[in-house]
Design a protein around this ligand. Sequence first.
Ligand SMILES: Nc1ncnc2c1ncn2[C@@H]1O[C@H](COP(=O)(O)OP(=O)(O)OP(=O)(O)O)[C@@H](O)[C@H]1O
Length: 294
Amino acid sequence: MNVIEIKNLTKFYGKARGIKDVSFNVEEGEIFGFIGPNGAGKSTTIRTLLSLIYPTSGSATIFGKDCIKFSPEIKKEIGYLPSEVFYYDNMKVMDLLNYSASFYKKDCTQRIQELAKRLNLDLTKKIDDLSLGNKKKVGIVQGLLHSPKLIILDEPTSGLDPLMQQIFFDLLEEENKKGATILFSSHILSEVQRLCDRVAIIKDGQIIKVEKISTLQENTYKKFKIQCASKVDKKHFDMVGVNDLEENDNVISFIFKGDINTIMKKIAEIEITNLWVVEPDLEEIFMHYYEKEE
Ligand SMILES: Nc1ncnc2c1ncn2[C@@H]1O[C@H](COP(=O)(O)OP(=O)(O)OP(=O)(O)O)[C@@H](O)[C@H]1O
């Protein structure tokens, strides 16, 4: 079952492009990454899903219901962490969280205490006295306190130190194991790689790829570096699938895409002293996609 279905969603801010024809689905129980550079349209998509802004055209459903028409009902089952959090500064953290909890028809007291303890958040402090990172933690507790079925996170890690990020990721994985579906927007590739099952890549307001993280990594090129026993003419590797061929001090390097057996046979024809085969990291894969589409 799809928890989120987005169909040809388009949003123009006056004449300015927000998003164009965005379509993708998020299945129940998955952690879905939404990745793209600044200004690509991640927040616009998310804010439309939450009916904080209205689409110019297209539609989206959450739990099978139109996200604009049924917004109040749907929101009860969603935990949302916006990219920037703003609060009434002179409230105490506990009062703010109790106020947030009052929107849901369940007792969230125990969960608030648990989350605050895990995140090392002082509930007795005034919001005004909190650092940026601690304000972010308040947002996280707000997003998770009602054990939502769908968690939507817009660039959630900014302001969190590495240790806190780890605790936060652990929390998300626990919620996911309990059944929550997660939509996670980010421009940080390593965190998407670490957490997500599938990913939608957005650029200039348009989706350029929806793919499993594992497939993205499998179906791309590999980087070869070969140390040869003696000088080898680099033309030896001038063949289909080989790119960026370079030779330096008996070391030949290139990028290879294609059947791995063909390149292994070619390597076996020469005397080598060492060989490195490196998978590109996600960053390189995404750069490749962005360049290809230009
Ligand atoms: N209120 C607005 N008025 C006019 N243009 C807007 C508005 N909000 C967003 N935009 C434009 O829409 C496009 C998409 O912005 P959006 O904030 O959705 O991107 P994003 O992927 O979330 O980027 P970031 O990571 O920088 O938040 C950008 O070109 C942006 O300038």
